[in-house]
Write a protein that binds this ligand. Structure first.
Ligand code: FES
Length: 105
């Protein structure tokens, strides 16, 4: 397991945070006390989703949004429901929480 250095207390409720681990980009979303972690790579063309640091959600904070072409993803499943990659999904990352820190693997 890889400790990411990301403390879940630093992620706001209904908020998101990007981070890197072993050269790969990821982001985490906290919603209703659950945490979701995905690779930070849009299935549309394989680039990072955010333009502004740690901003991975739409204005209503109910969907993950890719800043590049506006694709919307369900937070819980990573499935794209609108935009150019509808039907595709974000790649989930396996993780555990150890002493409040996100550990991958
Ligand atoms: S790169 Fe994400 S919608 Fe195009």
């Amino acid at each position: 397991m890889l400790q990411t250095g990301i403390n879940i207390q630093d992620i706001p409720e209904n908020g998101s945070k990007g981070f890197e681990c072993r050269g790969e980009k990821y982001f985490a979303v906290k919603k209703q006390n659950s945490l979701y972690v995905y690779k930070n790579s849009c299935p549309h063309i394989g680039v990072a989703l955010e333009w502004v640091e740690d901003q991975f959600l739409d204005s209503s904070h109910t969907m993950i949004q890719c800043a590049n072409h506006g694709a919307l993803f369900v937070i819980e499943s990573g499935v794209c429901v609108a935009g150019p990659c509808t039907g595709q999904r974000l790649a989930p990352a396996k993780f555990n929480i150890v002493d409040d820190f996100i550990c991958l693997g």
